[in-house]
Ligand binder design. Sequence first.
Ligand code: ZN
Length: 140
Amino acid sequence: MIDFSKFELDHVAIAVESIETSLPFYQALGFSSHHIEDVPSEKVRTCFLSLANNVSVELLEAVGDESPITKFLQKRGPGIHHMCYRVKNIEAVVAQVKKAGIQLINETPRQGAHNCKVVFVHPKSSGGVLIEFSEKMSDS
Ligand code: ZN
């Protein structure tokens, strides 16, 4: 049995219309460095801003009309999109979550930003919050 209380929060993601126009707010708060990465498999561009406790804020911008972020922005407007927990052995996490009757969006881990394997829990199963589990594949 995996103990989820041992896992850490990795990041909180915010859907934005544009990373470029959103960055000045974060720079005004003192964030001096960020990491922008395209994730073609998810049709998104991500921007990670790190906090001192190893938690990040992830800005998410749509890439193309088919992006889930485009749909999210149309439905709800900019705002908190998901939260992500850093896990180990993501396959075992998937098995345990499925056994508990929790609905996943993808049961096979996908390639996420930062060379991570990721799965998403459907908001229907988690009180309206999209949850990401992420396992880092290497320290590159
Ligand atoms: Zn994320």
